[in-house]
Design a protein around this ligand. Structure first.
Ligand code: PEP
Length: 241
């Protein structure tokens, strides 16, 4: 099972001390039982990867620029730069970045750049509340998959995170039967049974029992609750026990 922490725009150097608990906890988990990945703000990728060097915990970035080459892109960081400071993964297509202008075309370019740089991609997809109300969920998911993964032949470095936009940070999660259907639909559209599918959106230690039994879910992308080590550990414990 994957547990990916998305810290969003939270955290500074002192926050890294709070990870000691998680490091200790991870040492007692059987090898290969879980994959633990932290995606902090870019400012923390280097210090965090240094700190996690002797652990099984890996580091990812939350976004990247689409250009594989360096260039005049003020404020941007490309995939090779992220890799050079210790990132092994990158989140692409998060709804918070789609809201800021990331469209399917840009997302596709970012994914190409990331796979070329040797990063694993956590590719986020999901419908808005309005799209859900209009029964457009499958249509939206199919398009995001088709356009986002266009011309990506080798999908071995892709992990898909299904994150309904209305669920992120809201405390709401989909009904189990809806989630089962969406996960199965995503799997059918990916056309590759080996691609891991995660769920993300308000995962916490109270709802994870319901979520972990959903067929086809290979782990969780966790925002808010991952910023607190105790809460994060509780989610992992409840999932694997
Ligand atoms: C996220 O940011 O990807 C996310 C799922 O956030 P939260 O867990 O806070 O809903």
């Amino acid at each position: 099972m994957y547990f990916i922490a998305n810290w969003k725009m939270f955290g500074d150097l002192t926050t890294l001390n709070s990870l000691d608990k998680v490091i200790k906890f991870s040492k007692n988990i059987k090898k290969n039982k879980i994959k633990l990945i932290y995606c902090p703000p870019s400012t923390l990728i280097r210090p965090l990867s240094k700190r996690l060097k002797k652990t099984k915990i890996e580091v990812g970035a939350q976004n990247c620029h689409y250009s594989y080459d360096t260039g005049a892109y003020t404020g941007q960081v490309n995939t090779r730069m992220l890799k050079s400071v210790g990132a092994k993964y990158v989140i692409i297509g998060h709804s918070e970045n789609r809201q800021l202008g990331d469209n399917d075309k840009l997302i596709n370019l970012k994914i190409r750049s990331a796979t070329r740089a040797g990063l694993k991609v956590i590719f986020c997809i999901g419908e808005t509340l309005e799209q859900k109300k209009n029964k457009k969920t499958n249509y939206v998911l199919a398009n995001q998959i088709k356009n986002g993964l266009k011309s990506i032949k080798n999908k071995s470095n892709i992990i898909v995170a299904y994150e309904p936009v209305w669920s992120i940070g809201s405390g709401l999660i989909p009904k189990s039967d809806e989630l089962i259907k969406s996960i199965a639909y995503i799997k059918s559209k990916l056309g590759n049974k080996f691609i891991k599918i995660l769920y993300g959106g308000s995962v916490n230690s109270n709802n994870v029992d319901k979520l972990k039994i959903i067929t086809g879910i290979d782990g969780f992308l966790i925002g808010g609750a991952s910023q607190n080590s105790n809460k994060f550990i509780d989610i992992i414990k409840k999932t694997i026990n």
